[in-house]
Ligand binder design. Structure first.
Ligand code: KIV
Ligand code: ZN
Length: 504
């Protein structure tokens, strides 16, 4: 029988640390329940000491899921550990994940300390965490750049202190696969009581090696891997859950297996991408739009003769359903509800009615609606009550004329209008808007992305603005590029004036 690899999902903690990807508690519960259905073994639900919102999310996720272990992050600080334990009090099976930096760089520059003192703090933290639960995971932050001999001493000491899982993060994504694999092997061979704990990988993707490093870790004895959906996470992200799961499924020569129901991968990938406003790159392995699209004639010919010629994974195995119902303006509530539910979105009647109304409007300007389109509509309904609303917008552009825009807003219930010119219709619209709301925000980031294909496509606009030294992220979608851009800007401005939880 194959040995089990535990899937530790940190989409809601490490993944959620990405600026602009923050979810509210209801959204986090939704993701957590989907991860439970996917079959993950551990859900890292948050870092409770970091904010009241994170604390509450860990509390609610602990109540909402029963199968996976719910894990809360803490530093090697008593107050953090106590707070994590408090947040986990409703969990059927709760885990405290505590740890400290062990590389010389962290010891010297972060803690102004020395190796012996850090080792002592690590042991103390684990012993303290064990007062609250039998399931304690220790992380040796920046283990990727930690001297192997010292790392082995730390790992041995924390296992003797009661750690049941030891996480060896390549925090900076620096290691080469052979180097990371050798590190795990070194620990397996040189730590006395290594069989009393599960060794875990946690690899970041700064040099594009997260998945390769995780695999190297598993091949050398690690039996838990820390991953996120779509590989989202700080900077270049974490190891992608879907990649590890499908590597282990595809390579029968590797005698390791996970408990993941792979057919749920694609719908959950799309849901996370939409909730977090984090696009999945088209050529992303397993879940990218082009992951199973064969475009060259030779490949198409081969696939039609026998899919195995160019396909190592059956798209249906990851839930890519090429026969999915096509939704059009003639589709009814039931078809929309069915499609949303197969994508993991469950709406009550009132929410479905609202999304259906938006669906009909979009279907008027677009022949066929894709999964991404309808998930986007669900996302739009999450905007809630806003101080600034766009009432109307008109922009003209073309050859030989100066792009001009006029806009009507409702600001705190008051109707206001303005007009301006610019170097294009988006610029003109933003200039008109700024005449009303002022100029004290700088747009730092502005990206436009088509949702599927074609000139009738919906586009998504992501924007980051800076206001008084703080950054706000906004999002807009529409079949009209100018409308999507202004919606994204207004989203930023509303967040700015609310100073809401989306700011970082
Ligand atoms: O990357 C890292 O080192 C982490 C730890 C906090 C586990 O995320
Ligand atoms: Zn990390």
């Amino acid at each position: 029988m194959s040995e089990k690899v535990y899937i530790f999902d940190t989409t809601l903690r490490d993944g959620e640390q990405v600026p602009g990807c923050q979810l509210n508690t209801v959204e986090k519960i939704h993701v957590a329940k989907s991860l439970e259905a996917l079959g993950v073994d551990v859900i890292e639900a948050g870092f409770p000491i970091s904010s009241p919102g994170d604390f509450q999310s860990v509390v609610e996720i602990s109540k909402a899921v029963t199968e996976p272990v719910v894990c809360a992050l803490s530093r090697a600080v008593e107050k953090d550990i106590e707070t994590a334990a408090q947040a986990l009090r409703h969990a059927k099976r709760g885990r405290i994940h505590t740890g400290i930096g062990t590389s010389d760089s962290h010891i010297r520059f972060k803690f102004n300390s020395n190796r012996e003192e850090i080792l002592e703090r690590a042991v103390k933290a684990v012993k303290f965490a064990r007062r609250f639960t039998d399931d304690v995971e220790f992380y040796a932050e920046d283990a990727g750049r930690t001297d192997n001999g010292y790392l082995a001493r730390v790992v041995e000491a924390v296992i003797k202190a009661g750690a049941t899982v030891v996480n060896i993060p390549d925090t900076t994504g620096y290691c080469l696969p052979a180097e990371y694999g050798a590190k795990i092997r070194f620990l397996m061979d040189n730590v006395d009581c290594i069989d009393r704990a599960v060794i875990s990988t946690h690899c970041h993707n700064d040099l594009g090696m997260a998945t390769a490093n995780t695999m190297a870790g598993l091949l050398n004895g690690a039996r838990q891997c820390e991953v996120t959906m779509n590989g989202i996470g700080e900077r270049a992200g974490n190891t992608a859950l879907e990649e590890i799961v499908m590597i282990l499924r595809s390579h029968k020569d590797i005698d390791l297996e996970t408990g993941i129901d792979s057919r749920r991968i694609y719908p959950i990938s799309r849901m996370v991408s939409n909730l977090m406003n984090m696009p999945v790159q088209a050529n992303k392995a397993i879940v990218g739009r082009n992951a199973f699209a064969h475009s060259s004639g030779i490949h198409q010919d081969g696939v039609l003769k026998n899919a195995s010629t160019y396909e190592i994974i059956d798209p249906q195995d990851v839930g890519v359903d090429s026969n999915s119902i096509v939704l059009t303006a003639r589709s009814g509530h039931a078809a929309l509800k069915f499609r949303l539910e197969s994508l993991g979105v469950h709406l009550d009647k009132e929410q479905l009615d609202t999304v259906y109304a938006a669906f009909l409007k979009l279907a008027d300007s677009k022949k066929e609606l894709t999964d991404d389109d309808i998930l986007m509509l669900v996302g739009q309904q999450r905007s809630g009550n806003r101080r600034i609303k766009v009432e109307w917008l008109q922009a003209t552009s073309g050859v030989g004329i100066k792009p001009t825009a006029s806009i009507g807003l409702e600001v705190d219930g008051r109707k206001v209008e303005a007009a301006a010119t610019g170097n294009g219709p988006v610029d003109a619209s933003v200039n008109a808007l700024r005449k009303i709301v002022g100029e004290d925000t700088n747009i730092n980031e502005f990206t436009i992305q088509g949702v599927s294909r074609g000139t009738d496509d919906c586009c998504k606009v992501h924007m980051q603005v800076e206001n008084q030294g703080r950054f706000y992220y906004g999002f807009g979608t529409s079949t009209d590029i100018v409308t999507a851009s202004i919606d994204a800007y207004v989203d930023c401005l509303n967040k700015c004036s609310e100073k809401d939880e989306h700011s970082v």
